[in-house]
Design a protein around this ligand. Structure first.
Ligand code: NAD
Ligand code: MG
Length: 388
């Protein structure tokens, strides 16, 4: 049997929670996967460490001010060093890799990811904000360029895995499971006093700061509903959310005959990361296995939409479409940033997002420039409403 060629990977956002776990996955399969590009926003120390360990072709540091530091630290290697936002997009376009792991957090991930798609690179997509902001343009471009967009987000990876072999069978609906986050069962009188330290304590997953706050407000599930719409071409009424605190069922697909498929396992992001990098193959590993005897109950419940209003706002954006999800996302990024700086209360985040959604003019079918403009405008209003 011929050995498959090594897949050359570019990790955009290599110093984050997803990025570092992806490097562990790649390190375990040097015969199949190689690291060609690593990028970080400002953690130069870790970026240099990763570059020394994995010997990529190119590294990019987002923060221009750190360019000389990174270049000097790697001067005795042949690794090329670039800096700045512009360089992120330029490297995304280069012919040095096969697959981009889009693991930058937030809106900043959109341009490099879209550039990669325009240049025919396969995408393993962790950066859900890319689809929330401009899902129509991103997926249309992927279709035109025949580029696979393979989800890394655990719920979407679950749905994707359930759909293997079902190409001809329409989806009746998908059930996105949600752990409920650290404040499951809490009410407004408790949430009003919640601080950053509480919100960053997720019961089942260890993730970056932004997505941890989004999980605590349930905005994450709202963003994921929008992500699912674009990945799997669904109508809003085909996407159901259920709270499932054990995080064992990662999501489910119901087909037209009423049959439901679920993908299950212990909550560990390395699994969906590995699946996306190695797709269509499954690679063996010795990570802990799920023992159902330890989970003698699996619960499924309706989310508390009245308390966790960010989810309700995201559903409004999902249904209305146009530039509203982009506006929701921008306002949320500002609100989460302010919350993490202790400059905005937990519940005030929702007010900022709601007010911003009412303020920015709605466009039904925005161009990419109009998405960029809506993002900028929403950030200005959100900063104003948050009194930043
Ligand atoms: P993180 O904060 O841990 O890491 C973010 C990475 O992006 C870092 O490498 C950082 O340097 C880089 N980055 C941040 N801002 C940037 C900017 N302005 N320009 C360029 N690079 C920038 O985040 P994470 O938890 O790894 O999440 C990454 C993405 O994956 C998010 O979109 C998140 O929603 C998604 N995701 C994460 C998890 C998880 O378990 N962490 C699960 C599902 C989906
Ligand atoms: Mg998820």
């Amino acid at each position: 049997m011929n050995t498959p060629p090594v897949k050359r990977i570019a990790i955009f956002g290599s110093t984050g929670s997803i990025g570092t776990q992806a490097l562990e996955v790649i390190a375990a399969h040097p015969d199949l996967l190689s690291v060609e590009v690593l990028t970080a926003n400002n953690n130069d120390t870790l970026l240099v460490q990763q570059a020394r360990a994995y010997r990529p072709n190119i590294v990019v540091i987002g923060d221009d001010a750190k360019f000389t530091k990174v270049r000097d630290a790697l001067a005795d290697t042949d690794i090329k060093v670039f800096a700045g936002d512009q360089a992120l997009a330029e490297v995304a376009a280069m012919d040095v890799y096969d697959l981009m792991l889009a693991a930058i957090v937030g809106y900043a991930g959109l341009k490099p990811t879209l550039t990669a798609i325009q240049h025919g690179k396969a995408i393993a997509l962790a950066n859900k904000e890319t689809l929330v902001v401009a899902g129509d343009i991103v997926m249309q471009t992927a279709l035109e360029k025949r580029v696979p967009v393979i989800p890394v987000d655990s719920e979407h990876s679950a749905i994707f895995q359930c759909l293997v072999g079902e190409q001809r069978n329409p989806i009746e609906k998908v059930i996105l499971t949600a752990s409920g986050g650290p404040f499951l069962g809490r009410k407004t009188n408790y949430l009003v006093n919640v601080k950053r330290e509480h919100a960053l304590q997720h019961p089942n997953w260890n993730m970056g700061a932004k997505i941890s706050v989004d999980s605590a407000t349930l905005m994450n599930k709202g963003l994921e509903m929008i992500e699912a719409k674009w990945l799997f071409n669904l109508r809003p009424d085909q996407i159901q959310v259920l709270i499932h605190p054990q995080s064992v069922v990662h999501s489910m697909v119901q087909f037209e005959d009423g049959s439901i498929k679920a993908q299950m396992g212990l909550p560990d992001m390395k699994l969906p990361i590995q699946y996306a990098l190695a797709f269509p193959n499954r690679l063996s590993n010795n990570w802990p296995r799920c023992d159902f005897k330890k989970f003698n109950t699996l619960n499924f419940d309706e989310p508390d939409y009245r308390t966790f209003r960010n989810l309700t706002l995201a559903i409004e954006a999902l249904k209305k479409g146009g530039n509203l999800p982009c506006v929701l996302n921008a306002a949320n990024e500002i609100a989460v940033w302010a919350f993490l700086k202790n400059r905005l209360g937990f519940l005030e985040m929702t007010d900022v997002i709601e007010q911003t959604m009412q303020k920015v003019s709605w466009i039904e079918k925005p161009s990419i420039e109009e998405y960029y403009e809506a993002d900028g405008e929403a950030r200005l209003y959100a900063s104003e409403f948050a009194k930043l």
